[in-house]
Design a protein around this ligand. Structure first.
Ligand SMILES: Cc1ncc(COP(=O)(O)O)c(C=O)c1O
Length: 387
């Protein structure tokens, strides 16, 4: 059997933890009840969903499991939070504040409010490390502002935002604060209560759970207009029969993060630092994007001095990594995140995103460094043609 490429794309998705799969299996086979059914099959499924809800709530510091609304992923959670949250506040105003480096699901939800519901939106710039300054958020607020959406951790450069400081600006003005925590929750770095957010989006497949399931944290008392109506599931906030096996897998994955005693986070950070240091040594002129310290432990955004990232990866079949974000794959436009932190378009196109995960080994890191350094040297264009 040929060996599989070294997987360095943990921001795009993480492998399903076999322990989560094991917990899911009965719900894919014998325990097939609909949690809304009032017979033993239904009750069995409803109990499993309740357990998963408690586990996800525990992971994100939600005081009450009912604050966890299951969705199909963070994309849907972002739409429910932003469109649903803003529409519920329509009587109070029609202005949204967000940042220049949000995930496209957030930007699209905001755009929907602008295009179809008559809202206005302000996009706040970030600094060269990808950090938004709370003072700039404060300056963007108007008496008409009803919702602020600032991601907790960025999926391309890993920078963490000062959400707790921003919540001090929004709470006393009665403005909803939403954060996209899809990338940070898997490290156990996200605590909804501590950060003071009203709404937070999660995705199971970013934290070693299955694809196609996520959640929206909804602080008690926060009103939302449901975006999908029908059978009244999830307290009327998200209709549709629950994806029980996936929800069970999500709960199991959340539980592994809160109960795992293995030093996954420390190990991931150490491997990322090793990857970073060795690549910087091996490729003179390479630079790292994102905040030097306030950054997700597993991510390395590296701008190469000359070679285009897409060329390098195309000729590196032994490495699975990304240029910018996976959602940008197939588009030739440089990443909006990288240009927002001040990279030129050619620099953005020379940027690789490498993501370490729980199963990455030191041997894989060593090999990746050698392969990437070689490829970067091979794809160095003639100096005269460099832009
Ligand atoms: C920050 C962020 N938000 C939202 C999403 C979308 O998540 P999902 O795939 O669960 O819809 C992603 C994944 O690409 C992400 O990284």
């Amino acid at each position: 059997m040929t060996s599989r490429p070294i997987y360095l794309d943990h921001q795009a998705t993480t492998p399903l933890d076999p322990r989560a799969l094991e917990e899911m299996m009965p719900f894919l086979t014998t325990a097939y009840g609909n949690p809304n059914s009032a017979h033993p099959y239904g009750r069995e499924a409803a109990k499993a969903v309740g357990d998963a809800r408690r586990r996800v709530a525990h992971l994100i510091g939600a005081k009450n499991p009912v604050q966890v609304v299951f969705t199909s992923g963070a994309t849907e959670a972002n739409h429910l939070a932003i469109v649903g949250g803003a529409l519920a506040k329509r009587a109070h105003g029609g202005h949204i504040v967000t940042t220049a480096i949000e995930h496209k699901a957030v930007l699209a939800a905001v755009q929907r409010l602008v295009d179809h519901h008559g809202y206005t939106a302000t996009s706040v710039a970030v600094d060269a490390h990808g950090r938004v300054h709370p003072g700039d958020i404060a300056a963007a607020l108007t008496p008409n502002t009803v919702l602020v959406s600032v991601m907790h951790a960025n999926n391309e450069i890993g920078t963490l935002q000062r959400i707790a400081v921003i919540s001090q600006l929004t709470t006393h003005r009665g403005i909803l604060l939403h954060t996209d925590a899809a990338q940070s929750a898997g490290y156990g770095l996200f605590d909804a209560d501590e950060l003071g957010v009203d709404l937070a989006s999660l995705s199971a497949h970013k934290l070693y759970g299955p694809m196609g399931v996520g959640a929206l944290y909804v602080r008690g008392g926060t009103l939302l207009v449901a975006q999908q109506t029908g059978g009244g599931q999830e307290c009327g906030l998200r209709a549709g029969t629950l994806n029980v096996p996936a929800i069970v897998g999500f709960g199991a994955a959340a539980h592994l993060i809160t109960s795992d005693t293995s030093p996954a986070l420390t190990q991931i950070r150490a491997l990322r630092d090793r990857l970073q240091d060795q690549l910087l040594d091996a490729i003179p002129g390479a630079t790292v994007n994102g905040h030097p310290t306030r950054r997700l432990p597993g991510i390395l955004s590296l701008t190469l001095p000359d070679a285009e990232a897409a060329d390098v990866l195309e000729h590196l079949p032994d490495i699975a990594a990304a240029t910018g974000s996976a959602c940008n794959t197939g588009t030739s436009a440089p990443s909006h995140v990288l240009t927002a932190i001040g990279l030129t378009r050619p620099q953005a196109r020379r940027t690789l995103r490498l993501g370490i995960g729980r199963t990455t080994t030191a041997t894989e890191v060593e090999r990746a460094v050698a392969l990437i350094a070689q490829a970067a040297a091979r794809h160095r264009p003639a100096r005269s043609s460099a832009v």
